[in-house]
Design a protein around this ligand. Sequence first.
Ligand code: DA2
Length: 271
Amino acid sequence: MKTSRVARRRRYLLCEPRHFDVRYAINPWMRVDGGVDRALALAQWTRLADTYRELGHTVDTVEPVPGLPDMVFAANGAVTLGGRVLGARFHAEERRPEAAAFQAWFKAAGFDVHMPETVSEGEGDLVPAGRWVLAGTGFRTTLTAHHEAQELLGVPTVGLRLTDPYFYHLDTALFALDDENVCYYPGAFSPGSREVLRGLFPDALLATREDALAFGLNSVSDGRHVVVAPQAEGLVEQLSAHGYVPVPVDLSELHKAGGGIKCCTQEVRSA
Ligand SMILES: CN(C)C(=N)NCCC[C@H](N)C(=O)O
């Protein structure tokens, strides 16, 4: 086991939860009558942004749009690799207008944006991991979108079928630790997809359902520091035991909409 892990500086795109709310239910976490403390959501999100800066990463922000309460989940707005950007096409009608807002941000930042033809929820389902883009399907992003991602990004996509509605995006069930390894919850995947993951990542860290339900797999790693939900206690211990440095950030208020740390974080990967 490697004991010294190396961090790489990252560029992250975030969206302040100024208009955050739970006004519709498009995943099993969302309760429209549950109540949201927006001030707390803002404070938690600010801690996340500050944590990235303290770790030496660049944080950009996209202006939140009134009436789009899920726009804080910036990871869904696109996926980028080598300076190429595949925009988003959202599954739920309520989120569809977000796609144009993220597209505009990327264009203004100097990127060409390819807009997908079918449902494609950005980094929620398309997770660059070393030589591959791991590509979730089953609830949101389509197989056609996997192919579009492969054609645009020039990297093979590995399709993985999600089967548990609580883990409706790939990045609720798996995250890349670095360019060589991942951490995932096997119970979120079909038997065939579990076999594929075992074959590609024989040394992967495996998480429990309890840690997955605590949004532990919705973590962001820079190769050394893993920004992780403190509620995922077993995973936090496991990461330390494998030489990573867990950096707990609590986004409990955002969990009410079905999102966590990674959902709030779009990595901008330039050429
Ligand atoms: C991993 N990512 C990016 C996410 N899981 N995103 C959270 C999306 C939450 C939103 N209410 C929805 O259901 O689309």
